[in-house]
Design a binder for this molecule. Structure first.
Ligand SMILES: Nc1ncnc2c1ncn2[C@@H]1O[C@H](COP(=O)(O)OP(=O)(O)OP(=O)(O)O)[C@@H](O)[C@H]1O
Ligand SMILES: [Mg+2]
Length: 243
């Protein structure tokens, strides 16, 4: 299988006036196309640091990061922005929706700098919202008039609207009750079935059960590669869990 993500010996040192923080100390990670990978680890272990690099929001201090075969570590900011806009979809714990703006407009936001016509933007937003299963009556609602689970589905729709190959999610269910969290995870699962590659950060072992594979990070290093609960095994596990 082609590797969508190929990170080799990533180091990230944060330098402040007072000190150095070694947030990543030689992380190597490969993710296949269509894989659903979970990254788990305690607070401060380097998860978001790793995700920022994978998401082309930050560069490693040392090491190589290839995204779809392209070496990212040497690219300029404009090139990184282009890759983020066209190849990646982001879902964060704090959803970053514009509060007094409608659901449709929030979802169309990533297309604002593209050459796509306004009509086509609406169609794409509508399709993305449909894909995450948000009922149509909410499309004109303002995002601060929705429940937590609905907001999170809008956030996932926004991450999907540019049809990214890779979805990166940092604690996407962290603020949700377990039923709503399950709804959101089902949405990720559907995306994965449609061939998207998903990398998801979580503290929660139950969330990790949805993934094809989980890697654990401690003090900036990957520990284990608890391979390879394949999706079928996961699925069976969930069936048992749900009955
Ligand atoms: N911009 C920054 N400047 C300096 N140090 C930072 C910066 N961002 C993160 N760190 C430090 O790097 C280490 C890893 O942080 P990171 O945010 O990656 O952890 P995390 O695993 O995502 O934690 P959490 O589960 O709490 O979100 C921590 O010690 C943190 O204090
Ligand atoms: Mg974090």
């Amino acid at each position: 299988m082609p590797k969508v993500i190929q990170a080799t010996n990533l180091h990230r040192i944060y330098e402040t006036e007072a000190s150095y923080t070694y947030a990543l100390r030689g992380v190597s990670l490969a993710v296949e196309k269509g894989e659903f990978l979970c990254i788990m680890g305690p607070s401060g272990s380097g998860k978001s640091t790793l995700m920022n690099i994978l998401g082309c929001l930050d560069k490693p201090t040392h090491g190589s990061y290839k995204l779809e075969g392209l070496e990212i570590s040497n690219l300029c900011d404009d090139d990184l922005a282009e890759i983020r806009a066209t190849r990646l979809g982001f879902v964060f714990q704090s959803f970053n929706l514009l509060p007094r703006t409608t659901v449709m407009r929030n979802v169309m936001l990533p297309l604002i700098y593209s050459s796509i016509s306004p009509r086509e933007r609406e169609i794409r937003a509508w399709k993305a919202l449909h894909a995450v299963g948000l009922p149509e009556k909410y499309y004109d609602h303002k995002s601060n008039e929705l429940s937590g689970g609905q907001v999170q589905r809008v956030a996932i729709a926004r991450a999907l609207v540019n049809n990214p190959a890779i979805i990166l999610a940092d604690e996407p269910t962290g603020n949700l009750d377990s039923n709503t969290g399950t709804m959101v995870l089902e949405t990720f699962h559907t995306m994965r079935e449609q061939g998207k590659t998903i990398v998801l950060i979580t503290h929660d072992p139950e969330v990790a059960q949805w993934a094809d594979r989980t890697v654990h990070i401690r003090d900036g290093k990957l520990l284990t590669d608890i391979q390879e609960q394949h999706f079928v095994a996961n699925h069976n596990l969930r069936e048992v869990h749900n009955t």
